[in-house]
Design a protein around this ligand. Structure first.
Ligand SMILES: [Zn+2]
Ligand SMILES: [Zn+2]
Length: 228
């Protein structure tokens, strides 16, 4: 049915979110979610602690409730040259979803982060990539990396730009909440609204809120079959 909600970028109190992993997942179920990715901010020194806890909580909730909870990480404010290595290390720790905190216009993210993210086969999503370059969007397309269209204040300033480059290059856009509190969680209607407001036509809106999340799930499943 049309009310399915997919969201691959949320935060718990293991980084700067408000809720425990289990409470966040429980509230997402009530909101209509079928799939939720927990991608707390982390890097060297924290992902060793954060990722195993998300792995356990996601397995527990997926076992008891009708939702697929995916443990992940959002690599945040790292030196760009470290992103590929850290993405691989996060996977080794059990993360099944690697989000990179992209070059949003409202934070001093190190320049070169977007380029490093789209150059890594271990990355799945570049969150709020801001003033991404055309070549970077093309590289995201070649590697099957998803480009986020964000409902979040500040990050959303560049949504129109990201949507335009996605369409121009064939890179797949995706709407995630980047939720830090329960009020941030998506609804199906909000996801469509955010995609529309980025300037996409109705056919592309449908792809962004439905086909692309399913494609990302397939990418995640495909990796699980060949986890090293
Ligand atoms: Zn945050
Ligand atoms: Zn985030």
């Amino acid at each position: 049915m049309s009310a399915e909600v997919y969201d691959f970028h949320t935060h718990t109190y293991l980084s700067d979110g408000e809720l425990s992993p289990i409470e966040l997942i429980r509230r997402a179920i009530v909101r209509g979610y079928r799939v939720i990715g927990l991608a707390d901010h982390a890097g060297p020194g924290t992902m060793e602690v954060v990722v195993p806890q998300l792995v356990d909580a996601c397995a527990y909730c997926s076992q008891h409730w009708d939702i697929l909870a995916i443990p992940g990480v959002e690599l945040t404010h790292l030196p760009p040259g470290e992103i590929d290595r850290c993405a691989r290390e996060a996977r080794r720790l059990g993360a099944r979803l690697i989000v990179v905190h992209g070059e949003t216009p409202v934070e001093p993210v190190p320049p070169g982060t977007n380029a490093a993210a789209v150059a890594s086969d271990a990355v799945d999503v570049v969150a709020h990539p801001g003033l991404l370059l055309l070549e970077e969007a093309g590289e995201a397309c070649r590697r099957g990396i998803f480009l986020e269209i964000s409902p979040r204040r500040g990050h959303s300033l560049a949504n129109g730009h990201v949507a335009r480059l996605s369409e121009a290059t064939g890179a797949r856009g995706i709407v995630n909440s980047d939720g830090h509190s329960p009020a941030d969680l998506l609804t199906a209607e909000l996801a469509r609204h955010v995609a529309r407001c980025s300037g996409l036509g109705e056919e592309m809106v449908r792809r962004v809120v439905k086909d692309h999340p399913r494609a990302l799930l397939a990418r995640i499943d495909g990796r699980s079959g060949r986890r090293a």
